[in-house]
Each structure stands twice: as structure tokens, then as C-alpha cells.
Design a protein around this ligand. Structure first.
Ligand SMILES: Nc1ncnc2c1ncn2[C@@H]1O[C@H](COP(=O)(O)OP(=O)(O)O)[C@@H](O)[C@H]1O
Ligand SMILES: [Mg+2]
Length: 325
């Protein structure tokens, strides 16, 4: 089943005497069940706006969306989602245990279920040692753990996390990454936003990149970066100084290796082919030829600078059609 489908989802903020702000424009997105989806974009790109729309905190100006086939405008959709806001708000005088209890009551769980919920969640997030301490004195990392715990209350199939790693040290970031993967292994779908590439690169099957409220790219990371060879590296030996001196402009860099070989970098595969012919003609020996692939970081930068990337065709979302009846 499809976990998230959006169709033309848009949000424009209007306030008196100000130009309208198109925070999200015509978002068409599909996230499959049990997928870890990374939603990337710089500050102000529209990530939080999208997440608030999906969690029903704000209403779309246009378009619609469904979670597991349930339209986001219906309260039932809320039950599918565990949500962690960008800056989780807590009742500072409560303890983690009381906080989980509070949200479990909101979800309508019985006393017995609430007890079981605490047992499971506190073990998972390592909250037992801090179970009865007030949140007031907590570090960012501890708060993030409690925030994640709150999202898990009621065992919802979909987790929507708004910048879950922001403000954390490397250890804290790793903890969140591991939790996300653990949740995926338990069958959950995870949709999370980030403005930091390394957060998504390791754990996401697919990413969407938002630029100024528009989805600029959406695909598997390997597909986004895979087919663009940034340059080609060629190693050869047996080349004399005359050959090196006459290298054409297509050679970006050249360095001589200790063992007597040469490392040459050219712009593209066409230039690489040409160079290989020249090396052979000059009586040199080709040692290796490697395409140097574009990293997600290169791609992200290129996209921000306005590069056009084909978006995959969106199939007519069956989930939305069903929700309409
Ligand atoms: N309540 C609001 N009123 C007016 N503009 C808003 C409001 N909330 C967000 N925006 C604007 O919408 C754009 C996207 O914001 P946001 O979704 O928070 O981006 P992100 O989470 O990617 O940093 C920004 O230009 C922001 O200033
Ligand atoms: Mg945000």
C-alpha cells in the first residue's frame, strides 16, 4: 500500500499588506509503505510547511493528500501518524514517563496499554535512567529522544519527523539514524526532513529535493547521482615528456606517480576515449580508467543552482481515488 500520496499539494500564506508567500507549489509525491524517505531542502524551502500539511496542522490552499488511503483532511488520517516537530514542545515540569503517559491518554489507550507502551518505548529509547527526571534540565539530545518517543506512542505505521537530527552532535545524529532504521525494520514508513545531506545519504532509499517550494528532484539516490560521471580518471605508464607536454585542453589535471606512471583526469567519457587512443598510439600502456561519479552533494548544489532534472512520472494515485468515494 502507498503510505503517502500528494497531488498538487500547495500552500500559500497571505497576510494583509504583504505579498503572498508560495511556501509549497504543486507537490506530487508518492511514498511507499515501509520506505525511508528523505525530504531535503535548504532553510525556507517548504519542508515544515509540507509536514504541517501532512499532519493536518495547517490546511492546503490547493491540492490534496492521503495517508494510507485516508484523506489528510479527515481526523482518521491523524491516527496513522507519529509526528516529531522541528522543535518539540514539552511540558517542562513533566518527566519522560509522565509525558509518554500524557500522549498515550490522548491516543485513548487503556491503563494496561499505557503501561505496556511505556515499557516498550522506554526500552527502545533508553529512557529508563531518566524516566523520573523533569524535562526542564534536559540536553538537546535527551529532548530529541523524548520527542522521538512521543512520535512512537500508539504504534502508528507512519513516522513524520521534521529535522530529527538538527542540533545534535555526531553521536546524537547516529542515534537518530539507527532509530529510523530500526523502525523501518519493524515495518514502519518514515518520512523525515533535513537540510543536511549526510543525514539522508546513508539511510534513505529515495529522496525528494525541495527548492523554493517546488520539488526539483525525486528519486533513488543512486539514480540521481549515478548516471552523471563528473570526470574520468586515467592511469597509464610509458608516456614520455613530449607526450605530456602536448596534452590537449581536455585534460583537467595531470600528475606524475612515483612508480613512473601518470594520472590524468579528463572531463567526460568522450575525452577519455580520445586520450586512450592517443596513449596507445604513443606506445604507452593503459593501467586503469575510472569514471568519477557525482556525489549527492554535487547534485544538491547543481539543483540549487537551477539545473533541470526530469521528475519521474506520477501514476494516478489510486489511494486518492479511493479516498474520494
Ligand atoms: N505562517 C507563515 N506565514 C507566512 N509565511 C510562512 C509561514 N510559515 C512559513 N512561511 C514561509 O514559507 C516558506 C517555507 O517555510 P518552511 O516550510 O518553514 O521551510 P523549511 O522548513 O524548509 O525551512 C518560508 O519562506 C517561510 O518564511
Ligand atoms: Mg523547517
Amino acid at each position: 500500500m502507498t503510505a503517502i500520496v500528494t497531488e498538487g499539494l500547495s500552500k500559500t500564506y497571505k497576510s494583509l499588506g504583504k505579498a503572498p508567500v508560495h511556501s509549497l507549489s504543486d507537490l506530487n509525491l508518492t511514498v511507499e509503505e515501509n520506505e525511508v524517505f528523505g525530504f531535503l531542502g535548504r532553510n525556507g524551502a517548504g519542508k515544515t510547511t509540507t509536514i504541517k500539511l501532512l499532519t493536518g496542522l495547517i490546511h492546503p490552499t490547493a491540492g490534496r493528500a492521503a495517508l494510507f488511503g485516508t484523506d489528510i483532511i479527515t481526523p482518521d488520517a491523524r491516527r496513522m501518524v507519529g509526528y516529531m516537530p522541528e522543535q518539540p514542545y514539552f511540558y517542562e515540569y513533566l518527566t519522560p514517563r509522565e509525558t509518554i503517559e500524557f500522549y498515550a491518554r490522548l491516543r485513548g489507550l487503556t491503563a494496561e496499554e499505557r503501561e505496556r507502551e511505556w515499557e516498550q518505548i522506554s526500552a527502545l529509547l533508553d529512557l529508563r535512567d531518566i524516566a523520573n527526571r523533569r524535562i526542564r534540565g534536559f540536553s538537546k539530545g535527551m529532548r530529541q529522544r523524548v520527542g522521538f518517543a512521543v512520535a512512537l506512542v500508539g504504534d502508528p505505521p507512519l513516522l513524520i519527523l521534521d529535522e530529527p537530527m538538527s542540533g545534535l552532535d555526531p553521536l546524537g545524529r547516529r542515534m537518530i539514524r539507527e532509530l529510523i532504521l530500526q523502525m523501518r525494520d519493524r515495518g514502519k514508513t518514515i518520512f523525515f526532513s533535513s537540510h543536511v545531506l549526510s543525514d539522508v545519504e546513508e539511510i534513505c532509499a529515495r529522496v525528494g529535493i525541495l527548492v523554493s517550494g517546488k520539488l526539483a528532484a525525486c528519486d533513488r539516490i543512486s539514480a540521481l547521482v549515478g548516471d552523471v560521471a563528473k570526470s574520468v580518471e586515467i592511469c597509464a605508464r610509458g608516456l614520455d615528456s613530449a607526450f605530456i607536454a602536448n596534452l590537449g585542453g581536455q585534460v583537467i589535471s595531470h600528475e606524475e606517480r612515483k612508480e613512473g606512471g601518470h594520472r590524468l583526469v579528463v572531463q567526460d567519457t568522450e575525452a577519455a576515449n580520445q586520450l586512450v587512443v592517443e596513449i596507445n598510439r604513443a606506445g604507452g600502456t593503459l593501467l586503469s580508467l575510472h569514471p568519477v561519479q557525482e556525489s549527492l552533494e554535487d547534485f544538491f548544489t547543481r539543483i540549487q543552482e537551477g539545473a533541470q532534472v526530469a521528475l519521474p512520472e506520477e501514476k494516478q494515485p489510486a489511494a486518492l481515488a479511493a479516498a474520494e468515494e
